[in-house]
Unconditional design. Structure first.
Length: 431
């Protein structure tokens, strides 16, 4: 009798465990880098080409007025998506390290160990969920079961060996054999989405991140609303359709898809080189590779930093006089020492002593090699890094299935994922 009861208990537990596995909710988070919200306005000339995305929107919570973070650039924004907090908390402040004299050329903030707060992947691991990621920024070395991180060195064949070594052992080779192509910085969105679909089918993760880059790249190169951008957007829409079809999204009641972007784009009409001012005043000494003050720029903005290790005899900058000078020589830029600075210090960088803010499409360059203080952009080009309050910098967020949730920030990706997976995520918890 005891043996029968024991067998019954084992079978009952097995059935319960099977039901638990079967009912486990799953989520895919797809990021399309550089998707401006205005592309999804109904009067946009690109709107008719987005049939798969429009169908997804009809079944989802959606906004094309989503605000990104300070600064409106890729790595800080993508880290905010998976942590739910501002850069000041998660610690990924820029795309590339603070490196005035280019000691680390080509380096970006690749490494997961730099993130200070727990990510949705960390909380998923704690719940014994299966995690996976294809090319998501700042995931080199992350605790992701099936991981192909974003990384490049020379953008040539050697990068493939590096990326294979940085990925989950044997995963890169396995996926390449299945899809017949490589996932690299020099390959496109198709390879990355196909890799994601293949990992989804083979490894059956509970949470999968996929990051695509082509739209952002073509906007930098050819501009928004260019014919090249239209072709990329059509391709992306077809890949979204393929992802939906291959995962059987609309029929799988336990599957959610979050489609998000990190920032929009706006036209750049002129360029300011604020570090030129600091060189002229000997606050940056290129011969000795020393600096007392430095502008770290991010496309449409810049923060002024005071070197904590500068020599005690170094002159201090007179910010009020400096404000007059830089604003007179760099039209359409404001050196903010008051409210705008407080916002930057609160959300982005606590050590900023001033913030150079662009007005009317004025770009800001970090270059130390130019001799100009300011120049007109001829031809104009497109960039991001401008204030997240600007209309052109607003982006998109789509949450399927529809839950009647108001969407307004890229940071909500964290909340949407944790809620859907029913895991206890503590936003801002230190690692």
């Amino acid at each position: 009798m005891k043996i029968i009861l024991y067998i019954f208990l084992i079978l009952s537990c097995s059935v319960l465990e099977a039901k638990k596995i079967k009912s486990q909710k799953k989520i895919i988070i797809l990021s399309i880098d550089g998707f401006p919200g205005y592309y999804l306005k109904q009067d946009s000339k690109f709107y008719p080409y987005l049939k798969n995305i429009r169908k997804l929107i009809s079944k989802s919570d959606y906004s094309n007025q989503v605000q990104t973070i300070y600064p409106s650039i890729t790595y800080p924004a993508h880290t905010s998506m998976i942590t739910g907090v501002n850069p000041i908390e998660h610690g990924i402040l820029y795309n590339s390290p603070l490196d005035p004299f280019r000691k680390y050329p080509g380096s970006w903030l690749w490494y997961d160990e730099e993130i200070k707060t727990k990510t949705i992947l960390d909380f998923s691991n704690e719940e014994k969920l299966i995690t996976a990621s294809v090319y998501w920024p700042v995931t080199v070395g992350a605790r992701i079961k099936f991981n192909i991180p974003q990384y490049w060195k020379n953008k040539n064949d050697e990068d493939e060996k590096l990326l294979a070594a940085l990925s989950t052992p044997n995963l890169y080779k396995e996926i390449k054999e299945k899809i017949g192509s490589s996932v690299l910085e020099t390959t496109g969105d198709e390879e990355k989405v196909n890799a994601g679909i293949t990992i989804w089918k083979l490894k059956k993760p509970d949470i999968l991140l996929i990051y695509t880059t082509d739209l952002d790249s073509i906007h930098h190169e050819k501009g928004v609303y260019s014919n090249e951008a239209k072709l990329k957007l059509q391709k992306i829409d077809s890949l979204v359709g393929k992802l939906i079809e291959e995962t059987n999204l609309y029929k799988e009641k336990n599957l959610s898809l979050v489609l998000v972007s990190d920032h929009g784009f706006r036209e750049v009409k002129s360029l300011c080189y604020p570090n030129r001012f600091l060189i002229e005043k000997n606050f940056i000494n290129q011969k000795e590779n020393t600096w007392s003050y430095y502008f770290k720029t991010y496309g449409g903005g810049a923060i002024l930093l005071d070197n904590p290790n500068r020599p005690f005899f170094s002159d201090s900058i007179d910010l009020s006089e400096f404000k007059k000078e830089i604003e007179s020589k760099c039209p359409n830029n404001i050196l903010n020492l008051e409210e705008g600075l407080k916002t930057i210090q609160k959300k982005f960088h606590p050590d900023a002593i001033a913030v150079l803010e662009s007005k009317d499409g004025a770009g800001i360059s970090e270059s130390l090699t130019v001799t100009d203080f300011h120049r007109i952009a001829n031809p104009t080009y497109f960039n991001h890094g401008f204030s997240p309050d600007e209309e052109d910098i607003k982006t998109i967020l789509i949450n399927y299935p529809k839950k009647n949730i108001e969407l307004n920030s890229v940071k909500q990706v964290f909340d949407l994922g944790c809620s859907w997976l029913k895991i206890n995520c503590k936003k801002g918890k230190k690692r």
